[in-house]
Design a protein around this ligand. Structure first.
Ligand code: 7TS
Length: 408
């Protein structure tokens, strides 16, 4: 089904929470970059597995364990197909983007990076793509370099190229900024990184739910993303990595699942991807994530991207009619995320008052304080759209903004 204004009500019916009232008003949920709501098929898949199929995976000869293992491994193949990876050995399940990035910082820190080696990130990174590298800097003495952002919210690619030296080993950048909405040219950035003999990590937390993604085409070395931002459950995420790299990298955590043999003298590790999956995995989450992917693909990622782009354009147009409106991030290549401030109203007050009118938005630093500093503010308000939002909801948001503005 191609989401559009004709069939959107039918599609919204898949998401029971959207029918809720908040303070006696219909919920207008515009905080999708933080997390998306879940379609019934995803929640049902979770309930069904716990009610009918629950057993620990990879260790039982019994029926339920084998069935649960089959679902878990089928989910890995589903993820592989969804992002165009070469092999399911390249798909590591994690708790989410943050854990995937911490895994990479740890493992690449052991394998690739030594004192004085340089890692390039950008001004618009989420804290999850800053702090793990700073922790590595403290442990190992690596050097962090930062790609600057211009006033429209685009990365300065000339400056990016200039950051490379013979000590640069790795680039780690967001595909889409959770603050500015900018869609970074990661294909081009990957090509530059590879030309310089470096690896590249792409943080796809904000892109994978909203546009078609193909890791071979992008030619990233690693891609990380979270299930809960793509209509799947919380607590499951993905680390994609090229097999040739993952196979050389040391494990992140030790425990069950990730070992082949253990004695007190020596332990050997499992093959990919299990080497990176210590402990009982979230096998219910992985299956539910696969159901979310089925849901997305039935709609079509191209269709979703097109529909959300319509919402973005409509919202940008409408928001610009509000007096004192300052929008951060006006790239030509922008995803459905709009951060803003209104003159004379603190973003926290704005968020609180909009909530009273049933409109859920994000306020604060959006876990990206350096980009706040870049734009000279302490915080911003943010609306972010998903495939179930409507122009009517944007109208309701704009009307609520006008009401709040009148109070000040
Ligand atoms: N990277 C980006 C670009 C993000 O937007 C987020 C979460 C993360 C990493 C971390 O993802 P997690 O699933 O591990 O938490 N961004 C947001 C946000 O914008 N509002 O709440 C969370």
């Amino acid at each position: 089904m191609n989401p559009n204004s004709q069939n959107i009500e039918q599609l919204r019916a898949d998401f029971p929470i959207l029918g809720r009232q908040i303070y006696n008003r219909p919920l207008v949920y515009l905080d999708n970059a933080a997390t998306t709501q879940k379609p019934k098929c995803v929640v049902d898949a979770i309930a069904d597995e716990y009610y009918n199929l629950n057993a620990n995976v990879h260790r039982g000869v019994h029926y339920l364990s084998q069935q649960a293992t089959e679902l878990h491994e089928a989910a890995r193949i589903r993820v592989k197909e969804f992002i165009g990876a070469h092999s399911e050995r390249e798909i590591v399940f994690t708790r989410g983007t943050t854990e995937s990035l911490n895994l990479l910082a740890f493992s690449l820190g052991e394998w690739l990076l030594g004192e004085g080696d340089e890692v390039i990130i950008s001004t618009m990174e989420h804290h999850s793509n800053i702090v793990p590298w700073q922790m590595l800097r403290d442990r190992k003495g690596i050097v962090l370099k930062v790609i600057p952002v211009d006033d429209r919210g685009d990365l300065l690619l000339d400056e990016y190229e200039k950051l490379f030296t013979e000590r640069t080993k790795l680039v780690s950048v967001a595909h889409v900024s959770n603050v500015l909405g900018t869609i970074n040219p990661v294909d081009e950035m990957a090509e530059i990184a590879h030309d310089k003999g470096c690896l590249i990590i792409v943080d796809g937390a904000q892109s994978v739910p909203h546009m078609p993604i193909n890791v071979e085409q992008m030619d990233c070395d690693f891609l990380v993303f979270s299930g809960h931002k793509m209509y799947g459950p919380t607590g499951i995420g993905v680390l994609y990595g090229k097999e040739s790299l993952l196979s050389q990298m040391p494990p992140y955590q030790g425990g069950g699942e990730m070992i082949k043999t253990v004695s007190f003298e020596k332990t050997t590790y499992e093959e990919l991807p299990y080497k990176f999956e210590a402990g009982t995995p979230d096998y219910v989450g992985s299956h539910a994530l696969a159901i979310a992917i089925d849901y997305l693909e039935a709609l079509g990622m191209d269709n979703i991207a097109r529909y959300e782009d319509e919402l973005l354009r409509y919202a940008m147009e409408q928001m610009q009619t509000i007096e004192g409106m300052k929008i951060y991030g006006e790239s030509d290549k922008k995803d459905a995320v709009i951060s803003f401030n209104i003159e004379g109203i603190h973003h926290l007050d704005l968020g609180t008052l909009l909530d009273r009118l049933g409109v859920a938005i994000r306020t604060g630093h959006h876990c990206a304080q350096p980009v706040m500093q870049r734009f000279g503010v302490e915080g911003m308000a943010r609306v972010s759209f998903a495939l179930y939002n409507t122009k009517e909801e944007i109208d309701a948001f704009i009307a609520a903004l006008r009401r709040v503005q009148k109070m000040f």
